[in-house]
Design a protein around this ligand. Sequence first.
Ligand code: FAD
Length: 416
Amino acid sequence: MLQDNPTDIVVIGAGIIGISTALELQKRGKQVLVLDREGVGAGASKGNAGAFAFTDIVPLATPGIMRKAPKWLFDPLGPLSIPPSYALNIAPWMLRFWRASWQDRYAAALSAQAALMDHSRAALERQIADVDGEALMQREGQLQLFESEGEFRASLPTWDRRKDHGIPFDLLDNPDAIAEIQPGLDRRFTHAGFTPTWMNTVDPASWTRHLATRFTARGGQVEIATISALTPMDAGVRLTTAIGEIDARQVIVAAGAWSHHLAKTLGDRIPLETERGYNTTLPQGAFDLRTHLTFGGHGFVVTRINGGVRIGGAVELGGLELPPNYKRADALLAKAGRFMPGLNLEGGTQWMGFRPSLPDSLPLIDRSARAPQVFYAFGHGHLGLTQSAGTAELVADLVTNTKPALDMKPFASTRF
Ligand SMILES: Cc1cc2nc3c(=O)[nH]c(=O)nc-3n(C[C@H](O)[C@H](O)[C@H](O)COP(=O)(O)OP(=O)(O)OC[C@H]3O[C@@H](n4cnc5c(N)ncnc54)[C@H](O)[C@@H]3O)c2cc1C
């Protein structure tokens, strides 16, 4: 145990947020130990869609969303579901989500999200250069598809918001123009928006491992340990684990969808829930995919992962304990088969992951209100990979008392 020689900093969680943060702190001269109960990239960071979705600046909690939600909820395998046994548990989070969708809070969240995206895009380029990571990137943009003129028109305010924030895009109004970017789609998709600055990694698991390998090669440590509690001490923090106690001068909680349990041991109550998501990864050759496809009206995306095709998305507000319902992955795959007629549906592998989500669609990047040696970096929802490098720099700024590049109030732990 480390009582006599406390580690500078312990990062709890070896997902994309924890590993990116550890790497950034190390760059700033800190000695860092990462602890994870399973190892590198075991949680949501393992099987996500691999997108750096920098153009997705519009929060999920959008004005009018609560009018659309009941329609989705009627379809048990639709884009949004709440298992009946979890309905009461999720009710307080839904109320906060609803309040976040009011115009005043939505507008503030949108500005904060846009600023974080801008920062994260620049930070990712710095990170790629630092770890020699270009070979793990795909810079092919994103095609967001619409099934009718009506659906497309309804999306126009979101394109206006992107324009306000200087995000480049092309709007397409016929299937032939769409086919020039992505051939082989059903012609029911009459309209689309193409965002060229969108990026993907070839595989989110490989990207997380790549960063972890650089971190350990430079002297960082990653160990297996489950943390059950945090206790503030005179000159640091004590971490309770199954095999004993570990002392650190500072601690970063980056434990994804489980982070609020650790915050609670300090007395910080954070309304973190999980939006469970599903996907199926088909082997190489399943489809000639040229860009990232988003079928927004159906709540799923199609991306190229290691040369194969990953089809997934959906939101299931079902907590951390219920078993997965892989019929959701089957339903998305069947839809993709209809929308991409040449797609070979054979040989897929299914996965379910826990998005760590706060009700206002913004992450928590802050010092604990009760223990100034503890920092929080979680709650990135649908955008954890996208905002990982940006979050890492902001956390490192807070830890090293450097003025952060952004106004941090929208990401504060006390905002709820
Ligand atoms: C289907 C799906 C698709 C997605 N697609 C995208 C996408 O394209 N782009 C994007 O930006 N985001 C996407 N996301 C979201 C993204 O995956 C997450 O926001 C991100 O991975 C969160 O990273 P994290 O490091 O916070 O959490 P995680 O990756 O879940 O890591 C948390 C780690 O903490 C460890 N841990 C937890 N509790 C403890 C404890 N008590 N002690 C020790 N260790 C602990 C866990 O073992 C885990 O390894 C998607 C998510 C899903 C489910």
